[in-house]
Design a protein around this ligand. Structure first.
Ligand code: PEP
Length: 253
């Protein structure tokens, strides 16, 4: 049985006091949403402060990125050890903004995913097609290539542990949400692909989140799909009310 999860990707938003207020607001009311794993992923400079706000609550801390090396001369980068040190349990890896704006490749994502798992953290590995790729009928091939590249060399046990997020790039921050049928088709394919490459038990345990303009008013129908195990939420995770409303919809799914 896969536990439903709702993760908030705050991206490069908020300031220190707004991040603390949002984290505190979510932590104070997290009990209301019941059996849903809640994760907040603030900007890295605010991880430590947010960790203090959510301490003792059921909200877990996640990072938006990591570097694959354990330490050393890598100016500006942050290691898994540092993320563990401030209380992280999850790391978003390969978000489309990092792939398409900052040039991350599947090989980069793969190195990061290995490093995250080796540190006993849970990666949330993002995959998703561009609008031009969808329109050219390449969605399945793009997802397959990203999954094979990003997850290369992992064991079946590791596959069972990690979280995959399907985030069609054309739906991120655009208000254009995938229909439940569009999302479901890719989620079903993703689980099938993992089953073929690893085994049915591991593939059946992997949590696959949907991300892309998830809001309180569209969350329920997306999360009702059998292979959608939760949501990775950007814009709507920046307000306590909307984040918790999505989590409440996830609980009912
Ligand atoms: C995201 O950045 O992962 C995301 C899904 O953003 P939004 O919900 O704003 O589309």
């Amino acid at each position: 049985m896969r536990r439903v999860m709702v993760a908030g990707n705050w991206k490069m938003n908020l300031d220190r006091s707004a991040a603390a207020a949002l984290a505190q607001g979510i932590a104070d009311r997290a009990g209301e949403v019941g059996d849903v794993d809640l994760v907040v992923c603030p900007p890295s400079v605010y991880l430590d402060g947010v960790a203090r706000c959510i301490e003792g609550s059921k909200v877990a801390l996640g990072a938006q990125n990591v570097y694959h090396e354990p330490d050393g001369a890598f100016t500006g980068e942050i290691s898994t050890r540092m993320l563990v040190d401030v209380g992280c349990r999850y790391v978003i890896v390969g978000h489309s903004e990092r792939r398409h704006i900052l040039g991350e490749t599947d090989e980069d994502v793969n190195r990061k995913t290995h490093a995250v798992l080796a540190a006993d953290l849970t990666p949330i590995v993002c995959v998703g097609e561009l609008l031009s790729e969808r329109e050219a009928g390449q969605t399945a091939a793009v997802i397959r290539r990203q999954v094979e590249g990003s997850l290369a060399g992992l064991s079946a046990d590791q596959i069972a542990e990690l979280v995959v997020a399907y985030e069609p790039v054309w739906a991120i921050g655009t208000g254009k949400v995938a229909t439940p049928a569009q999302a479901s088709e890719v989620h079903d394919d993703l689980r099938k692909l993992l089953g073929e490459r690893y085994n049915a038990t591991s593939a059946g345990a992997t949590r696959i989140l949907y991300g892309g303009s998830v809001k309180p008013d569209n969350a329920a129908e997306l999360l009702a799909q059998p292979n959608i195990d939760g949501a990775l939420v950007g814009g709507a995770s920046l307000k306590v009310e909307s984040f918790l409303a999505i989590a409440a919809a996830a609980r009912e799914s």
